[in-house]
Design a binder for this molecule. Structure first.
Ligand code: SAM
Length: 309
């Protein structure tokens, strides 16, 4: 296990052994990290490729980029503070290709732990939820200005919340809301009976997805990521909820299931989940699902078998 060597007090990377197994980084290979966060995965991968000059680390969060800049093992790589769709579009436009691509989706532990970022149910803070703090749209705007019907639809669609209508009604009655604590209390009150997770969990997930357009960006970006892979290059994508995983699975199916014309070979038939011992020190890994694929080397009109170079 790699948890001790690469553990970072801000964010413990999930599925580290599995990421290294499927990406299989080799000395000199180029690397694109689309959600570099606090550099946990990047640090382990760069230690194997040894190639800072051929590494591009992307994150839309200013704080994450600041921490990456300050780290000696990531600070000299090309760092980009932008969303992974714009990054992929720009990298493709200048003809870049990568041997290794990683996307570890969603939020980081600092997002969830720092109340001031407004993602946390447990720690009170402003209703913010922006990963990129230069963005205008915040959770407060959605909560306080959307119609009851639109709020209910959003909470149902992105939170898969069965009590979405009831929660939307309670929110509209209590507006204006300013804090995550107020929202959590309202969602909890609108949820009768007992719930396995905090009753506001699905509402918070829905708002976070909407504020950051998480699914829209992912859906548009996935085909570009596959294009950015060099021949025999490997991609690993980690998702944290079923809406994300569905998009990843579908996009991979489109490029990996066309038989003779397949562009990618699947390295994981089913999503890989964290082993029990990882959950003990990193509960965030509980919902992580990893899917990986390899770009097929084309030889004239035929293609090589999926597998490593
Ligand atoms: C789970 S964390 C990644 C942690 C990282 N693998 C590590 O080991 O430290 C996800 C990161 O992705 C970033 N992120 C999420 N969606 C993004 C997007 N659309 N574009 C760029 N970065 C994004 C978040 O800001 C967050 O820092």
């Amino acid at each position: 296990m790699h948890q001790n060597k690469h553990q970072n007090k801000q964010h413990v990377p999930v599925l580290m052994d599995e990421v290294l197994q499927y990406l299989d980084p080799q000395a000199g290979e180029s690397y694109l990290d689309l959600t570099a966060g606090y550099g946990g995965h990047a640090s382990a991968i760069l230690a194997r490729t040894g190639s800072l000059t051929q590494a591009v680390l992307v994150d839309r969060d200013q704080n994450a980029i600041r921490v990456l800049q300050e780290r000696t093992d990531t600070g000299k790589a090309e760092l980009r503070q932008q969303d992974f769709l714009s990054a992929a579009t720009e990298l493709l436009a200048v003809g870049r290709q990568f041997d290794l691509i990683l996307a570890d989706l969603g939020v980081s532990s600092p997002h969830l732990n720092e109340g001031s970022r407004g993602f946390s149910i447990a720690t009170n803070g402003p209703l913010d939820m922006r990963m990129d703090q230069s963005q205008e749209l915040t959770a407060a705007t959605i909560v306080n200005s959307y119609s009851q019907a639109d709020l209910a639809a959003l909470i149902k669609q992105y939170g898969e919340e069965p009590k979405a209508k009831r929660i939307a009604t309670a929110i509209v009655q209590a507006r204006p809301l300013e804090t995550t604590g107020e929202l959590a209390a309202i969602a909890a009150k609108a949820w009768p009976g007992r719930s396995r997770v905090h009753p506001a969990t699905r509402t918070f997930q829905a708002l976070r997805i909407a504020v950051n357009d998480e699914l829209g960006l992912l859906q548009q970006a996935l085909p570009l990521w596959f294009e950015l892979l060099a021949p025999a290059g490997r991609i690993a994508i980690i998702s944290f909820h079923s809406l994300e995983d569905r998009l990843v699975k579908q996009a991979l199916k489109e490029v990996a299931s066309e038989g003779y014309d397949a562009e990618l070979g699947l390295l994981t038939k089913r999503p890989v989940t964290a082993p029990g011992q990882e959950l003990v020190f990193n509960p965030r890994a509980r919902s992580a699902k990893l899917r990986a694929a390899v770009k097929i080397k084309k030889k004239g009109n035929s293609h090589a078998n999926p597998g490593k170079k």
